[in-house]
Design a protein around this ligand. Structure first.
Ligand SMILES: [Zn+2]
Length: 254
C-alpha cells in the first residue's frame, strides 16, 4: 500500500492540508524525530507530515536528526517521501518564487550522520540517481498543469550552515555546476534511499544567494517573505500530485 511522507522544510513546518488530521508521537532507535507526525489523508491517500526543523522552526540544519526523521517515516510505512526545501538560486533564470525539482546533489556538509550503515556492515548504496525519477516527472508535469514556473533536472548543493555562503563560495558552487543551494537535502535524500523509499524534493527559490552583484545580500527577513508565497504554491502542488502518485501503480522500479 502506498503511504506518503512529507518532510516540511522552512515555510512548510505545519501545513494545514490533511483530512482527519491527528498527531502521532513516535520514537526511533536513533532518537526522537524533529516533530510528531501529523497523519491524515489527501484525496484518500494516507499521508504523514514531519516538520524538519520542528514545529515552530527551532532546530537548526546541523542539529536535525535526519536518521530519526527517515527512520520514523520508514517505520510508519511510508513508501514515498516528498520533501520541501527553501533554496537560494545560483542561476539567473531561477528567480525568487520559482519551483525547482532537483535531479542531482553535491554534498558540502561536514558534520552529519549520513548513513544507517555505520556498524560492522559494509553497504555501498548506489547514488547515481539520488532522486526518484518517477516522482520528479510527476512533480514537473503537475506543476506545469497548475501554471507554476518549475525548473527540472537541476543540481542542489547542500552546505553545512548555519551561515550563508561567502561570494567566493557562491561563485565556486556555480562553477561546480550547482543550480541551487540549501542546508537540508543531504543526508536526508541518502538516508531515504538506504531505506528504499522513493524520495523527491520540491525546492522553493527564495533569493539569489550572494553571487548576484545587483541584488542586495540575502537576509532571513527577505527569505521569510518569499517563503510564505512559495508555501502556498507547494501546498497546491502536493494536493494535486499525491492522488496521482497513488494512481501511478509503479512510480519507478528503484
Ligand atoms: Zn522511485
Amino acid at each position: 500500500m502506498i503511504k506518503i511522507g512529507i518532510i516540511g522544510g522552512s515555510g512548510l513546518d505545519n501545513p494545514d492540508m490533511l483530512k482527519d488530521a491527528r498527531l502521532l508521537s513516535v520514537d526511533t532507535p536513533y532518537g526522537a524525530p524533529s516533530s510528531a507526525l501529523t497523519v491524515g489523508r489527501i484525496g484518500g491517500v494516507e499521508v504523514a507530515i514531519l516538520a524538519r526543523h520542528g514545529h515552530g522552526h527551532v532546530i537548526p540544519p546541523s542539529n536535525v536528526n535526519f536518521r530519526a526523521n527517515i527512520a520514523a517515516l520508514s517505520a510508519h510505512g511510508c513508501t514515498h517521501v516528498l520533501a520541501t526545501t527553501a533554496v537560494g538560486s545560483l542561476r539567473m533564470e531561477i528567480a525568487p518564487g520559482h519551483l525547482v525539482i532537483p535531479a542531482q546533489f553535491i554534498d558540502w556538509t561536514r558534520k552529519r550522520a549520513c548513513t544507517f550503515y555505520d556498524g560492522n556492515q559494509v553497504v555501498h548504496t548506489p547514488m547515481a540517481e539520488p532522486f526518484c525519477p518517477g516522482l520528479r516527472q510527476l512533480f514537473a508535469a503537475t506543476a506545469r498543469e497548475l501554471g507554476l514556473t518549475c525548473h527540472e533536472d537541476k543540481t542542489v548543493v547542500t552546505i553545512e550552515g548555519p551561515r550563508f555562503s561567502t561570494k567566493a563560495e557562491s561563485y565556486m558552487f556555480r562553477q561546480l555546476g550547482a543550480d541551487i543551494i540549501n542546508m537540508s537535502t543531504v543526508p536526508e535524500c541518502v538516508l531515504a534511499r538506504e531505506k528504499k523509499i522513493h524520495y523527491a524534493a520540491v525546492a522553493m527559490s527564495t533569493d539569489y544567494d550572494c553571487w548576484h552583484e545587483e541584488e542586495a545580500p540575502v537576509t532571513w527577513e527577505m527569505i521569510k517573505q518569499t517563503m510564505t508565497a512559495n508555501a502556498d504554491r507547494v501546498v497546491r502542488l502536493f494536493l494535486a500530485v499525491i492522488p496521482k502518485i497513488a494512481l501511478a501503480k509503479d512510480v519507478c522500479n528503484s
